[in-house]
Design a protein. Structure first.
Length: 360
């Protein structure tokens, strides 16, 4: 397949406009050729000078032999059907998180991609957050002893409920489907698949109609991971905390790339992804914590890897089997919240061996 990988973006809402379009346009090995949107004419005026066409018809993507890659950034409850159509049309596919709504849907699509020998991946951009990159490097450089606890939180202060589909009581709506995929994915990169998951879901804001707070407890043989998200966090909640028998790593604030994208900062800016908030290393030997300079965030790496996977023998960093096992875990979390007890998910052999955790 010749360079560049010709790409169609399905959906130009928040995810499509904020993340996917800018990243696709900045990836040299990709070419953003077509955008599907209900506001096709408006977007045509915006993108025509860039050589990007727009359409309101799905068929214009599936039936276009020049399109190599389809990126799906539509509402969550449409992901599975659109992904299946794209794969059946012979297209490589990237799906925004969450991959699907159920583990069964995810496994079906993973099997289809393997059958057709197509690349299928989920946009887990937060693997390239500055905080997670820094933590991942720090655990290689610093001996924390036996890791016993990991805490990870993505909270915001948004007391007013916004009128958008993510905050409506529709399938795939709510904070669990919105932020849990990120927190779970980072945790699985660190530790692999857990033995069990126990989840509490709440609707805390008076005008909210869907989940806007969650707490998830993941249990491993010798450690736990506690994941949380809130829409009523006026305090500067701790982004990450990793505790071991010899020390701990602490990060107060999170990655700034989403903010930079919203501010229209060029991805070529030399300060792109720079994080001014240090990670702190606490140890018994030192009275004051050591300040670790964060590695810059780098969302561009995701699509560079996808292009390489399509054009060469490189494997996607975010594999379909990883995405499927995460959906099995996400669904188990919902079942746990409904029943009020921990759930032990069942994974396929491919799902079990697809993770290569940093910490064992």
């Amino acid at each position: 397949m010749p360079f560049p990988v010709r790409t169609a973006l399905m959906g130009y809402g928040y995810a499509g406009s904020t993340f996917h379009a800018p990243l696709l346009l900045s990836t040299k090995a990709l070419s953003l050729d077509l955008i599907l949107s209900s506001k096709s004419q408006t977007l045509s005026d915006l993108f025509s000078s860039m050589g990007v066409k727009t359409t309101s018809r799905e068929e214009d993507i599936y039936q276009n032999p020049e399109i190599d890659l389809v990126v799906i950034a539509t509402p969550n409850n449409t992901h599975a059907a659109l992904c299946q159509k794209a794969l059946e049309s012979g297209k490589h596919v990237v799906v925004d998180k969450p991959f699907t709504l159920t583990g069964a849907e995810a496994r079906k699509l993973t099997a289809l991609a393997k059958e057709k020998e197509l690349i299928l991946s989920v946009f887990q951009n937060r693997r390239w957050d500055s905080d997670f990159l820094t933590l991942s490097q720090a655990v290689k450089d610093i001996d924390l002893g036996t890791i016993v606890e990991f805490r990870s939180e993505m909270s915001r202060f948004r007391p007013q409920v916004r009128d958008r589909w993510r905050e409506h009581p529709t399938p795939g709506g709510g904070l669990w489907y919105d932020l849990a995929p990120h927190l779970l994915d980072q945790t699985l990169c660190l530790f692999g698949l857990p033995q069990s998951i126990f989840v509490t879901l709440q609707t805390q804001r008076p005008s909210a109609s869907t989940t806007d707070w969650f707490n998830a407890l993941l249990t491993y043989p010798n450690r736990i991971a506690i994941l949380e998200a809130s829409m009523l966090a006026a305090d500067p909640a701790c982004r990450m905390l990793l505790r071991g028998s010899k020390g701990a790593l602490f990060k107060q604030f999170g990655d700034r790339q989403e903010t930079m994208l919203l501010e229209k900062t060029p991805l070529s800016d030399p300060l792109w992804g720079v994080d001014p908030d240090p990670m702190l290393y606490f140890s018994k030997e030192e009275k004051t914590p050591q300040r670790l300079t964060p590695l810059p965030g780098h969302y561009q790496a995701y699509y560079a890897n996808i292009a390489a996977a399509i054009n060469t023998t490189t494997s996607p960093v975010v594999s379909a089997d990883q995405a499927s096992s995460l959906m099995v875990l996400l669904e188990a979390g919902l079942l746990s919240a409904q029943n009020g007890k921990a759930v032990t998910p069942s994974y396929t052999p491919d799902e079990q061996k697809t993770w290569h955790p940093l910490l064992k």
